[in-house]
Design a protein around this ligand. Structure first.
Ligand code: 8YV
Length: 328
């Protein structure tokens, strides 16, 4: 019997590809070409499963052109590249990669906060440009991290990981805002206090964004919110591009309305708003918060395991939607 066909839409670890090839006929993309929507739709032809990253959009048009498709496994915890209702309507299972990246991503959130508050990249650029000629008392004087107040917007698994680091490692006062309040037990573990968004913006020395992207969370931070923050505050976005109005942020940074920002994600990435490139008080990284070898391998493996489990046993490990079974 011939093996079912799947598409692995982007380059991944060769060992994960090899393990998939034992079960499936695999079309891969180890050259890591970025396909247009049209090309992705064409490559999906005849495939019952696909492994995607956050860069591939799975929408109604692609689903309509590929009625044979049964599952798309995203190698990411975020899934705003999926039209999940359209997938459910088309009988296509959606899965993501939660948990395996939580602590690594929280580490990076903290790294970006430290780099931003303590002006690490800005000062390195200065040194590399051979501008360092003498010590001075206020050279790259930044903002205190330990003992300060961190305001976390979005208190899911990664937000909680950041809260634990902040409270237990850095003695920070942790306030958070979320659609729903955590249980008293989780709040105690994270030493976190629930506050309204306005209070968070006005009180926090450091604002950390870890909220999933949706129409509702679009521009959670825009000009009005930036105006409420302290002039000494830092803003860190490790969530998704579009959570912050990047044009408004560039203006606020240039005007000194807030002190600094750290961004791992951007509206329309990999393009970066040109005004952000002009301001010195922003640390910019290319969407690498989950990027350690161990974690990216675990993400690829979990996405692959979802494909295998669903296509061979009818049950994914970390599904995002529930499909009516044939018997129902
Ligand atoms: C991924 C991410 O690197 O998991 C997520 O939601 O943003 C990152 O870990 C990216 O989405 C590529 O799939």
């Amino acid at each position: 019997m011939s093996k079912p066909s799947i598409l692995v839409a982007r380059a991944i670890f060769p060992e994960v590809l090899q393990s998939l090839a034992q079960k499936f006929e695999v079309e891969s993309n180890q050259a890591d070409e970025v396909w247009s929507a049209q090309e992705l739709t064409r490559r999906m032809q005849g495939k019952v499963g696909a492994l995607t990253t956050g860069s591939e959009r799975i929408d109604a048009a692609l689903l309509q052109a590929n009625p044979q498709l049964k599952i798309v496994a995203n190698m990411a915890v975020g899934y705003n590249n999926f039209d999940v209702p359209a997938m459910t309507a088309a009988g296509v299972l959606a899965s993501n990669t939660p948990d395996v990246l939580t602590e690594t991503t929280a580490d990076f959130g903290f790294a970006l906060l430290m780099a931003t508050a303590r002006r690490i990249t800005e000062s390195e650029h200065y040194l590399r440009a051979d501008l360092w000629k003498k010590w001075s008392y206020d050279m790259f004087a930044g903002a205190e991290v330990h003992g300060s107040t961190i305001g976390i917007i979005g208190m899911g698994r990664i937000g909680q990981g950041i809260a634990r680091r902040a409270a237990h490692g850095f003695g920070m006062n942790v306030i958070y805002h979320n659609r729903s309040r955590l249980s008293a037990e989780l709040e105690a573990q994270c030493k976190a206090t629930y506050v309204g968004k306005q209070e968070l913006l006005q009180t926090a020395d450091h604002v950390m964004l870890v909220v999933p992207y949706s129409a509702e969370s679009h521009h959670t931070i825009g000009a009005a919110e930036l105006a409420q923050m302290k002039p000494t505050a830092t803003l860190v976005n490790i969530a998704r591009g579009g959570i912050v109005d990047d044009a408004a942020l560039a203006k606020a940074l240039a005007a000194g309305q807030i002190a600094a920002a750290g961004l791992d994600v951007f509206e329309g990435e990999p393009a970066v708003h040109p005004d952000l490139l002009k301001v010195p008080n922003v640390v910019l990284t290319p969407h690498i918060a989950s990027s350690t070898v161990k974690t990216r391998l675990a993400m690829a493996q979990l996405a692959a395991d979802n494909l295998v489990a669903y296509l061979t046993q009818g049950q994914a490990l970390t599904p995002l939607n529930r499909l009516p079974s044939a018997a129902e």
